[in-house]
Design a protein around this ligand. Sequence first.
Ligand code: 7TS
Length: 423
Amino acid sequence: MSTPGRSVTAKVHEDRAAGFDVNEVRQDFPILGGKVHGKSLVYFDNAATSQKPQVVIDTVHEYLSTYNSNIHRGVHGLSERATEAYEQSRKKVQRFINAAESREVIFVRGTTEAINLVAFSYGRQQIRAGDEILISAMEHHSNIVPWQILCEQTGASLRVVPINDAGELLLDEYEKLLTPRTRLVSVVYVSNALGTINPVRQLIRLAHRQGVPVVVDGAQATAHLKVDVRELDCDFFAFSGHKVFGPTGIGVLYGKAEMLESMPPYQGGGDMIKSVTFEKTVYNDLPYKFEAGTPHIAGVIGLGAAIDYLNGIGLERVGPYEHELLEYATEALSAIPGIRIIGTAREKASLISFVLDGVHAHDVGTILDREGVAIRAGHHCTMPLMRRFGVPATARVSLAFYNTREEIDVLVGALYKAIEMFG
Ligand code: 7TS
């Protein structure tokens, strides 16, 4: 780790060694040059939502100002252009996650809606009283509550794989909980509250050995790891556009074609039908069967631009840089007296949750905000996980590839101020 005041030349050298010029990349994000409370913005709330590069902003602006129109229905030029851009984005997503076919990519509002779609389409069709759905102790509420609702409606029950004190899933417990009653596994790839990267490939292999399909909550994975749904062999994969430098309100459910084919629609309406009479409706083919109503066209087109941008940056270059940043931040934070890091898994994404002796997480967040440092403080929509660690809330620093060591130094300085204030 470098200490504050460490040579700038050494830092530049390390950045280059990682094949990544962070200062150049930062130029792509207009918000990063901004100020909060008169201080330069240090944005460490990337797990909540990531910032947007200029090219995403411009692409959405171009759609809205030059070819705004509805898709899949107009015969006019604008509609054709919008439809083309919308369907191109689907192909970009397909390549981004390496899906076999573009019809396996369903546009939804985000990870939350993607999981709800599986729960209420696949779940209602397949889950019966006495069945079990298996999740982990580190799930986001959006990968808990839809399954609880489904369980209430069907008489199935939810089983939870425990974790150790480092925040790692207990594989032997997972194997024990996979029983002939298990009908579905739904598990987070990267924990939004701990940073833990779960061995999802292994979890999927073990579940498939028993014929159990697996949903992967990829919300926190796609901005950090190269995702290959075919290599993972997951049955479903959910992620949100706004966490991969795209707009809010748009996300993706990937599903294997044979699974999606066999599932009933999630919502009824326009675009998801082939023909309608009052007696009978014939549903549309994939992916449209699951895209009822006018979708978030600007969002889809913006997500396509975000994926192009990420491909240009290269997740393979981002990984080592973020890892180095995580190590630097972990070491710097660990040196602060009274700090306890929650989540110390061996495999971690660039995210640090912590509690500070004598200072509530919300106060930490407020003091950091006055210094221009944006973090999240709270339960991170993982209340059962907070209970597991015996804390009501944590302060969470979540890093993206545009963050720097200098920003971590600002964070550390601000934390010392918090300690002084609460003495
Ligand atoms: N799953 C995980 C692991 C998440 O981190 C989130 C959002 C979701 C699902 C839901 O995603 P959405 O886009 O549908 O809302 N996580 C966070 C967070 O950590 N802070 O704000 C939102």
